[in-house]
Design a protein around this ligand. Sequence first.
Ligand SMILES: Nc1ncnc2c1ncn2[C@@H]1O[C@H](COP(=O)(O)OP(=O)(O)OP(=O)(O)O)[C@@H](O)[C@H]1O
Ligand SMILES: [Mg+2]
Length: 257
Amino acid sequence: MSVEILQAKAVTKRFGGLVAVDRVDFTLREHEVAGIIGSNGAGKTTFFNLLTGMFAPDEGAILHKGEDITQMTPQQRVARGVTRTFQLTSTFDNLTVTNNLVLAYFRAHHKSSMWNLLFTRVKRFHDEPKILGILETFDLLTVRERMVKNLSLGEKRRLEIAMAVLAEPEVLLLDEPLAGLAESEIKGVLDVLRGQIGKQTILIVEHKISHIKDFVERLMVMHEGRVIAEGGYEECLNHPEVRRSYWQIDTDETANA
Ligand SMILES: Nc1ncnc2c1ncn2[C@@H]1O[C@H](COP(=O)(O)OP(=O)(O)OP(=O)(O)O)[C@@H](O)[C@H]1O
Ligand SMILES: [Mg+2]
């Protein structure tokens, strides 16, 4: 069995009287691709924020490879190399795709001087195998010299995820990476994510179960702060409590019913 990278132990988060996350246990192992689904307000993003350190839990603990990181800030977790969310990778809209990737790469791997890079040879890094590889993997080669502000939403989303991946985090956390995208763009993003399977540990939060059906190995279904099912796709979909609470989950099956 591979290494347990992230663990949540009975974490609870309240907002006033509302229990947004209710004693959730969760384990993410190396190179696993897991998904969290659930309807609006189920607690998915809040749970995610407990993993990234955006919120501290009211109860319970978050562990990284067995070490308690519950009190660490998001910055400390990123610096430790634990997590990276694509939302945290802000792009520079007036720079090209390649220059954004170079900056993301430099920021992650040469911690000291970004100025050094800016004043010297950004161009030199254009041919860095890592940058070329990521342009290819994320299907960005044809737009490599385009300003980010001129990208389509799908291309921009792929760039954001590419920038997160360049930092080589142990866990790539994606909260609704498909939000706002057209169907054709969704396919593009899922294709590039599929290319990360086996190389990268991924936790993806998604509304539409049908989108991540062929992508995740394991699902956790949340409802009103609690985990109501965990396991494979079919197993979760057929779980009585999921069927009861979740008729509104958007699946191909229910959409066609
Ligand atoms: N910062 C906050 N302050 C107060 N209440 C919050 C806060 N963040 C979330 N909540 C509440 O906690 C509950 C869980 O919200 P959360 O955003 O985690 O759900 P979600 O599963 O991500 O939903 P969605 O699918 O809409 O993104 C909701 O009732 C929400 O209103
Ligand atoms: Mg959410």
